[in-house]
Design a protein around this ligand. Structure first.
Ligand code: ADP
Ligand code: MG
Length: 330
């Protein structure tokens, strides 16, 4: 009896060791979803399950891209842009909820975050170095205002109050898709993982007693250079930078964050990094500093309990929110 029990426990020990021997960090890097690079990394004791989970994360992100991209004329958002000025339009619960969230961030940020920026934003093409002239901006600007978006919760519809209003979720959809990816992994039982889409990332768990170390890029340094590394566990982080998509003309830097009040590129900082519990939140807040400037934006960030921020100012100086002031600058 006893021998059998010992044999039994020996066997389970051996099984445990062999399972543990196969446990590993599994990482996959994928380009081409939402026009950016997706990284998924997780701790797994079963390679097949890890691969299937990463497939599911990417599938979810493709779905978000299909429904929210303004580059795809068939997407739900493109349909909204084409028809919501004519009559209230019934939309999916997912898009409706994200539009509610987007308007919430407009209010929190004094209108700096505004998905109707696209009413002038569509006149820019950063790859082709195209920007609107003043007359074009003046004509389009009245359509920029998040209050033009009327959301009816009961009927789950969206309506624009006037012609010319366009929305673009480029400033929040990546963060949202990262959160969706993390949910996919959590549902499958993973508790140590990293998901990122471009500058938006989120982490669950730690690296066995150690935090993940996530670098913040030096906005004017060579690729790969960082100004500091932040230790993160169970947190999301988003960085917006004026170096992401830009061109220069006559000494003026045109880049992809637009000031909803002027229709010009918002250039009051070089980069802003937000740390918080969810990526939809950190993404929604990272544009604010460009529009409002470092001091006003930091005031807003400091007012929000679960948010921290690191801003690289135009002169290269780095400032931290109250919760991070003990961090070294290098
Ligand atoms: P990434 O696309 O790499 O995540 P950001 O998080 O900085 O970069 O988001 C930049 C995008 O936000 C722009 O490409 C545009 O789609 C959108 N955007 C630009 N200006 C605004 C704004 N004032 N409010 C909301 N979204 C904006
Ligand atoms: Mg982002």
């Amino acid at each position: 009896m006893q021998t059998i029990a010992i044999r039994g426990s020996l066997l389970s020990l051996l099984l445990f060791i062999s399972a543990a021997a196969h446990a590993e960090w599994v990482k996959r890097v994928t380009d081409g979803i939402m026009g950016t690079r997706i990284v998924v990394e997780l701790w797994s004791e079963d390679r097949a399950k890890a691969d299937a989970a990463i497939d599911a994360v990417l599938e979810e992100m493709r779905h978000v891209d299909e429904s929210m991209s303004t580059y795809k004329p068939t997407s739900e958002v493109s349909q909204v842009n084409a028809h919501a000025a004519e009559a209230p339009m019934k939309i999916s619960k997912e898009l409706f909820d994200l539009l509610v969230t987007a308007k919430e961030y407009s209010r929190i940020t004094d209108g700096a975050f505004d998905i109707t920026y696209a009413s002038v934003g569509y006149l820019y093409d950063f790859r082709k170095h195209v920007h609107p002239n003043e007359a074009q901006i003046d004509k389009a600007l009245p359509a920029v205002n998040y209050e033009h978006i009327i959301l009816d919760e009961k009927n789950q519809t969206v309506r624009f109050t006037r012609k010319g209003v366009r929305i673009d979720l480029g400033g929040i959809a990546k963060g949202y898709s990262v959160d969706r990816g993390i949910e996919v992994l959590q549902k499958r039982g993973f508790d140590r993982a990293f998901v990122s889409a471009g500058g938006d990332s989120r982490i669950i768990g730690d690296r066995f007693g150690k935090p993940w170390m996530v670098g913040i890029r030096d906005p004017r340094g060579p690729p790969g250079s960082v100004i500091t590394r932040i230790p993160l566990t169970d947190a999301a982080m988003s960085t917006s930078g004026d170096y992401e998509r830009f061109f220069e003309e006559d000494g003026v830097r045109f880049h992809h964050i637009i000031d909803p009040h002027t229709g010009h590129s918002a250039s009051k900082v070089r980069s802003a990094t937000i740390i918080g519990p969810k990526a939809v939140r950190t993404d929604g807040l990272s544009k604010t500093a460009f529009v409002l400037g470092p001091e006003k934006a930091m005031e807003i960030y400091n007012r929000i309990d679960d948010i921290d921020a690191i801003i690289v100012k135009l002169d290269g100086a780095v400032i931290y929110s109250k919760g991070l002031e003990q961090l070294p600058a290098k």
